[in-house]
Design a protein around this ligand. Structure first.
Ligand code: HQG
Length: 188
């Protein structure tokens, strides 16, 4: 990987940390929808030894492979669109009808616990679901040997569970009980 690309990736990870999880690390505030002021963010990044120029910042936001970040139309505000754990954020996603099936990629080491408790959101505000198996496998790979669940979202929806879709296409729900999980792929 080129050093510029690596540098961008490190900045992107740090932005994910402060915009999703720990805004207090650099002394910024997120509003309930996750927005924060771009100028203040850049100033605080300098103060906390992560300097980032505006053009490099825009480049990171626009080239994010998963479209993790969203700039407001006037480019004055920025937010992460999903994945939050910060208590400052309580995004008001609109519940919508999901596709009949969604997928969740995880690692084999979590399977026993998942079969006991269902899919839990853990530190994050939601369980993250993928529209296709390939994406689910990529998500699962981050944790170890991939294990994919197919979820009967049609039945869940009929039973009154709520589903949301973040601006980048990631599906979200609060909890997936065991009875809606279908074991799908167990691959290396
Ligand atoms: C597992 C990435 C034990 C769950 C991705 C997952 C995603 C349980 C891990 C986004 C469990 C949590 C989120 C239970 C669930 N017992 N383990 N009952 N229920 N788990 O990272 O879904 O690159 O918080 O299966 O693309 O992996 O950051 O969630 O393996 O959209 O933009 O606990 O993060 O996006 O891990 O990933 P995570 P996730 P970014």
């Amino acid at each position: 990987m080129k050093s510029q690309e690596k540098n961008q990736q490190q900045h992107s990870k740090f932005l994910s940390l402060v915009l999703r999880h720990q805004p207090e690390t650099i002394g910024i505030q997120l509003d309930s929808e996750g927005w924060t002021d771009v100028q203040i963010l850049l100033q605080q990044l300098i103060k906390h030894h992560h300097p980032l120029k505006l053009d490099a910042f825009i480049q990171i936001v626009e080239s994010s492979d998963k479209k993790r970040f969203q700039l407001s139309n006037d480019h004055c505000k920025i937010r992460a669109v999903q994945g939050h754990s910060s208590t400052q954020v309580k995004r008001d996603y609109i519940a919508i009808t999901p596709p009949n099936t969604l997928f969740h990629g995880t690692a084999t080491r979590f399977v026993d616990s998942i079969l006991d408790q269902g899919l839990m959101s853990g530190e994050r505000h939601h369980v993250h679901l993928s529209a296709d198996q390939i994406t689910a496998a990529q998500v699962g790979k981050r944790h170890g040997k991939v294990f994919i669940y197919q979820i009967d979202t049609q039945q869940m929806h009929q039973d009154g569970y709520h589903f949301y879709q973040a601006e980048n296409g990631v599906w979200l729900t609060e909890h997936v009980p065991v009875k809606y999980l279908r074991q799908f792929v167990h691959s290396d």
